[in-house]
Design a protein. Structure first.
Length: 518
């Protein structure tokens, strides 16, 4: 899904970056999150405009104009609160907590053997916006929003009676100016800042991560409408011309509690141990659970930042044969991702009857009853990427008395995948009577994850290391040896074609004469 404004330029925010190996959101807290390579706080949309600062929104899920590219799921056209020559403003506040929610606690048989307490939460949202004139030609807009959230719930029972908390804050700032020229043109300058932070502790392990994301944007656009125009001998009417430049600066940081991760077992089928009783107690877990994991540690600090400059132009209007829309886009991106590395101790060998070993004094991956025999070692890394993308769009439409059609073509090229992606967009509509219509469309949509592919091509996934753990004789576990270099992700090495979605649509519409329902 891509996000675009109803008007091009100053309010366009699709210049973030995604992490294709990212896991579930921290708030969902499933499994052993955070996972080994997860990076939280990254998104294809770097500016999160609060709903209270959006004046209108339109969701397009099929037969989308060739003007829009870089998505596979759909497009949201939205128009943020913008400068106006009419004075107006809005102030909103909302609050919610767990007292407004009814929970059903317990297992399927209605029992609650671990006495899990009701989760607690509260969230607040404050939004302010104001726009108005400055003299006869200038108008302004100011906007601010703060959203905060807090949750508290029980940690998994093997870790004791403690509770874990998560707290987040998201601030959004918006400042904009419009100037109306005497010739009918409009110059817009807009600045937006999103500032987000979250402190999170896991309930499925003794671990946590602090997330910080900051995104700033400065955009300018010149837009002018012409009644009629003659270009290269072609007579045009209802002509609209616009130029836009957008600069974005995005940064995300994940701070983990440690660089070493351990996955021990307090119970594993018939195996059980009290070696970790100072920080967990597997006996607290329902006895029907044959495997009880005891996890602790962190996956190392990591950071990501990118800077993007986008220049675009659009020209649209009516010509004798129909209507047209054309445009050019150029984006220059510079990205950096750093990590301090990690050690992920995973599979263990557990002592059973007749087996024995001795832990070395300085071996943290060994206890009296089990020792790690497999781990992943990732060294620190510093990845820097420069990338460029260019695109062009041309669309033509024609309307007859009972029939209309739109022919669109979009071409994009980026120097990461080095693919020229040509996306045709075709739609035809037939309206025999006034109240009935049928439409048929055939379209192709290409993704825009080339920067994420370049970043992940360069990130090392680490070394898969193994060692022998003696089963008799009381010897110490052996030295770690590299069994396999996991390498990078290697999207470009595989001569990857840009991912795309092909779509065929068939739609019918009827407006009944009794209720005017659609």
């Amino acid at each position: 899904m891509a996000f675009y404004p109803a008007r091009l330029g100053a309010d366009q925010f699709p210049f973030g970056n995604e992490d294709p190996y990212g896991g579930t959101e921290l708030s969902r807290d499933s499994g052993t999150a955070p996972q080994l390579y997860d990076f939280f706080g990254m998104h294809a949309q770097s500016q999160f405009v609060p709903a209270e600062l959006v004046e209108a929104a339109e969701v397009n899920d099929s037969s989308i104009s060739a003007e829009h590219g870089g998505f596979q799921g759909g497009v949201v056209n939205y128009e943020p609160f913008k400068p106006s020559l009419e004075s107006k403003g809005k102030l909103t506040y909302s609050y919610q907590d767990d007292s407004s929610v009814s929970y059903s606690l317990g297992t399927e048989d209605g029992d609650n053997p671990d006495d899990v307490a009701k989760p607690e939460f509260r969230k607040r949202n404050l939004t302010f916006s104001q726009s108005g004139p400055i003299g006869e030609k200038w108008s302004y807009v100011l906007g601010f929003s703060r959203q905060t959230g807090w949750t508290r719930k029980d940690i998994e029972p093997q870790y004791g009676d403690a509770q874990v908390e998560s707290e987040s804050r998201s601030d959004f700032y918006r400042v904009g100016l419009d100037y109306e020229f005497d010739n009918g043109g409009t110059l817009s300058v807009t600045g937006n800042v999103t500032d987000y932070e979250q402190q999170w502790d896991a309930s499925s392990s003794l671990s946590g991560v602090d997330v910080e994301s900051r995104a700033s944007m400065l955009a300018t656009q010149y837009e002018r409408e012409y009644g009629s125009l003659d270009i290269l001998g072609a007579a045009m009417s209802n002509v609209k011309l616009s130029f836009a430049g957008i600069y974005t600066d995005n940064e995300s940081v994940n701070q983990h509690s440690d660089t070493v991760w351990f996955t021990w077992y307090g119970r594993y089928n018939s195996y059980g141990t009290d070696a970790f009783d100072d920080w967990r107690d597997a006996g607290r877990v329902d006895g029907s659970e044959s495997r009880v994991a005891c996890r602790r540690g962190g996956a190392g600090d990591r950071s990501y930042e990118d800077k993007n400059l986008n220049l675009s132009a659009r020209l649209s209007g009516d010509i004798p044969g129909g209507s047209f829309k054309s445009g050019l886009d150029v984006t220059k991106a510079r990205a950096k991702r750093e990590g301090e590395g990690l050690t992920f101790n995973s599979a263990t060998s557990r002592l059973t009857d007749g087996s024995s070993y001795t832990c070395a004094p300085d071996d943290p991956a060994c206890s009296d009853t089990q020792a790690h025999r497999i781990r992943i070692l990732q060294n620190p890394y510093d990845v820097r990427i420069d990338a460029m993308k260019a695109g062009a769009v041309l669309q033509f439409g024609k309307e007859f008395q009972k029939f209309s059609y739109t022919l669109g073509l979009r071409a994009d090229y980026n120097d990461v995948l080095k693919n020229t992606d040509v996306a045709p967009r075709v739609k035809a509509t037939w309206k025999p009577p006034d109240r009935f219509s049928a439409s048929l469309g055939a379209n192709r949509y290409y993704s825009d994850n080339y920067l994420a592919y370049a970043i992940h091509d360069a990130i090392p996934r680490g070394l898969n290391q193994r060692r022998t753990v003696p089963t008799s004789g009381g010897g110490t576990p052996g030295d770690w040896n590299t069994a396999r270099d996991l390498g990078g992700y290697y999207y470009s090495q595989g001569d990857l074609k840009t991912p795309y979605t092909d779509e065929i649509t068939l739609g019918f519409s009827y407006r009944d004469p009794w209720s005017e329902g659609h």
